[in-house]
Ligand binder design. Structure first.
Ligand SMILES: C[S@@+](CC[C@H](N)C(=O)[O-])C[C@H]1O[C@@H](n2cnc3c(N)ncnc32)[C@H](O)[C@@H]1O
Length: 335
């Protein structure tokens, strides 16, 4: 009998949130921003995602076409690299989505029959509680987890759910000791090829804290790949405006130093134990998108501000890095 998500047979009381947890309101707010933007772009046909509607309500506010195109390129870029990793490992692997917010990749991969051995998500405990609330109450989200779970009991509390193929964990990524402890309880396997995804997350930590997390990953996993999407070229005027806009919303880009250039992004990866590292800015990535897809999305909305789109795209980048895995061909993965 599969476990039920509404009435968990085994219940473990939640751990108290870390003291830092209360100081990160602005950073947690970025989860709302990202999911609202994705929800809007999906609603007008940029890409297909039948699950995001269960996590985010559509608001009346329209997002600008340049924002939607930016999100399209971001989601496309991350998905392409992730699927290349899944192909190379034949899905015999684990994925860690760090700072996952309301990400829906697990459900979409299941529909495509591309699930890894286990898919983990990590975010602040408060965000995880919100996500778990939706998962518990919406059958299109809970059913796939239950279906894949062959045992009687599902381990669940306010900040954690552990099942056979999916786990979500409330933890602060800046504290790798606690993070590791929680992941171990959810049966992370350090011997399995491991993909870590950080989509707009590392920039909210100081360079030391993100380096610590990245070193932890290369020290822990024998074979690993990282996909990191975040800001770049932040030293110029446009970058300064981006920083100020976020600061006004109480959100500090503590890691902006590492986002100075493509070189500084690459350097961070190579100095934290990754053996190969590649970076492209999103304008370059946009120019490499499949032509048919570009024609399709560019016909969805009229874009007036071409220059603004270019400036935005030049201030974000997609990075990927590998450690080990030559026999699998991980080093050959490229966008
Ligand atoms: C911009 S949102 C991106 C969410 C998701 N990756 C996406 O692209 O849709 C950043 C996410 O990282 C999480 N985050 C930032 N710093 C974190 C930390 N130190 N520990 C755990 N989660 C963190 C935030 O709570 C938020 O959900």
């Amino acid at each position: 009998m599969a476990g039920s998500l509404r009435e968990p047979p085994s219940f473990t009381p939640g751990s108290s949130s870390s003291s830092r947890d209360t100081d990160d309101e602005g950073v947690r707010g970025t989860c709302e921003d990202a999911s609202l933007c994705k929800r809007f772009a999906v609603s007008i046909g940029y890409w297909h995602d039948p699950y995001i509607q269960h996590f985010v309500r559509l608001t009346k506010e329209r997002k600008a076409p340049e924002i939607n195109r930016g999100y399209f390129a971001r989601v496309h870029g991350v998905n392409q690299l992730m699927k290349a990793f899944l192909r190379k490992t034949e899905c015999h692997c684990q994925i860690f989505n760090l700072g996952a917010g309301m990400d829906t990749t697990f459900w979409n991969l299941k529909d495509e029959d591309l699930l890894p051995t286990k898919y983990f998500e990590v975010d602040f405990p408060m965000i995880v509680s919100r996500k778990l609330h939706n998962i518990k109450n919406k059958p299109p989200l809970s059913n796939p987890i239950i279906e894949l779970h062959s045992e009687d009991t599902l381990h669940m509390d306010g900040h954690i759910l552990d099942s056979k193929r999916y786990a979500i964990i409330g933890a602060d990524l800046r504290d790798t000791h606690v993070l590791e402890e929680k992941l171990k309880k959810c049966n992370m396997n350090t011997q399995l090829p491991t993909l870590l995804i950080a989509e707009c997350v590392l920039v909210y930590m100081t360079p030391e804290q993100s380096a610590n997390l990245l070193k932890w990953a290369t020290n822990t996993f024998e074979t690993a790949m990282l996909i990191n999407y975040e800001q770049v070229n932040m030293g110029d005027r446009f970058g300064q405006i981006m920083i100020e806009n976020l600061r006004r919303r109480q959100c500090d880009l503590a890691g902006v130093e590492t986002c100075k250039s493509l070189e500084s992004q690459k350097e961070r990866l190579l100095s934290t134990g990754w053996e190969t590292a590649s970076v492209v800015d999103m304008m370059e990535l946009y120019s490499r998108l499949p032509r048919a897809e570009v024609t399709r999305i560019e016909s969805l909305e009229f874009l007036d501000e071409v220059e603004l789109l270019e400036q935005l795209m030049q201030h974000y980048c997609l990075c990927w890095a590998t450690k080990g895995g030559s026999e699998l061909g991980l080093k050959d993965i490229t966008y």
